[in-house]
Design a protein around this ligand. Structure first.
Ligand code: MG
Length: 372
């Protein structure tokens, strides 16, 4: 279809289209074909899955990052026909794509953790400069956005919920020796393997706290996490008068993905399971066992330290999780590696991307040394 996208139809570029979020996004878009058009699809290395998607969606741009390098992500993120860029890339390569899209004035539906954790202030700056807009896809941040949208001002505190992961009730010694299969057995969410392990260590929740700090401009004193094993309430927003608004729904990424595309509006969507309080039954809440889930504690402390510390936390965690998934270390070692790397890191303020990249590189190298 030459000559751009038809009026009223919004162009969507999906970075990471063969991953868990990318596939959910295409399921959502398959029900919204009159509203959106897929203009770009990129995947890491899954040629077969990408080819199938390309045959169905006929995007103007598609490719594998493994073949064409990370510049492909920037090309897709700044594609002239893209109004919305869904950044569902895993890893630090997602950061450049976010920055480029924001500078090009796009809406970035953000599912790439590294973007805000590594460079929260720089990302904010890029959207001010380029007129782009950052909208979270993660269920907890989407929940917060849905609680605060149209209620500007007066936000006092956020409580993000955590399912608690598969080891919520386990004894510390048993968690220490947990196998890969046990760590990948998440009770409520179906996700990629890296984020599933992060949910088992609760490192994922620490990353979400850091992201929330940048997304909603709240100090860490106003950011809390509560364990909610049913994963029905995704976040609470407390306002200055003490009123609390929460967002609820059965666990599904399709709703937050669609909301990120349409915020602050909503579209009817037949694909989301209707809410049923009776089917939910009792909802329970517990504190996070911070003395057991030390990766969580280390991550929130890194967030509070600011500067390069969150990037170092993220990089050390990535190296440790990869080692765990490869069978190289015990589950309990993940948190120790993170702590050992953060212990010797000298935090620097982040005024440019090079500072973050250097910290990221240093943390990866140091984590490998700790592992060896
Ligand atoms: Mg989440």
């Amino acid at each position: 279809m030459p000559g751009g996208t038809p009026r009223g139809v919004r162009g969507v570029a999906i970075l990471g289209s063969t991953g868990s979020i990318g596939k959910s996004a295409l399921q959502v878009l398959a029900r919204q074909r009159e509203r959106f058009r897929v203009v770009a699809l990129t995947a890491r290395d899954n040629r077969e899955a990408l080819d199938r998607q390309v045959r169905e969606w006929q995007p103007r741009l598609s490719g594998l990052v493994a073949e064409r390098g990370p510049d492909l992500l920037v090309e897709a993120a700044t594609h002239p026909d893209a109004d919305i860029v869904l950044n569902a890339v895993v890893g630090a390569a997602g950061l450049d794509a976010t920055l480029a899209a924001l500078r090009a004035g796009k809406r970035v539906a953000l599912a790439n953790k590294e973007t805000l954790v590594m460079a929260g202030d720089l990302v904010r700056q890029a959207s001010v400069e380029g007129g782009g807009e950052l909208v979270p896809v993660d269920s907890e941040h989407s929940a917060v956005l849905q609680c605060v949208a149209g209620r500007e001002g007066g936000l006092a505190r956020l409580i993000l919920t955590a399912s608690g992961g598969p080891f919520r009730e386990w004894e510390p010694a048993r968690i220490r020796g947990a196998t890969v299969a046990e760590a990948l057995n998440h009770p409520t969410w179906q996700m990629g393997s890296k984020v599933t392990v992060d949910s088992a260590t609760l490192a994922n929740k620490a990353l979400e706290v850091i992201e929330a700090h940048y997304l909603f401009q709240l100090p860490y004193a106003g950011l809390e996490v509560v364990v909610h094993p049913q994963s029905i309430i995704h976040a609470f927003a407390e306002f200055c008068d003490g009123s609390v608004i929460a967002q609820l729904g059965f666990p599904s990424m399709e709703l937050p993905i669609l909301y990120a595309f349409t915020h602050p509006e909503r579209l009817p969507d037949s694909g989301v399971r209707r809410f049923d309080p009776v089917a939910v039954g009792a909802m329970t809440f517990e504190p996070v066992r911070t003395e057991v889930f030390r990766a969580f504690r280390a991550g929130v402390e890194a967030g509070r330290a600011g500067g390069t510390a969150p990037a170092v936390f993220n990089a050390a965690n990535e190296v440790a999780v990869a080692a765990f998934l490869a069978g190289g270390i015990a589950f309990g070692r993940i948190a120790e590696v993170i702590e050992q790397v953060l212990d010797v890191h000298r935090v620097e303020p982040v005024r440019e991307l090079d500072t973050v990249r250097a910290a990221d590189r240093w943390a990866r190298e140091h984590a490998h040394e700790v592992l060896a």
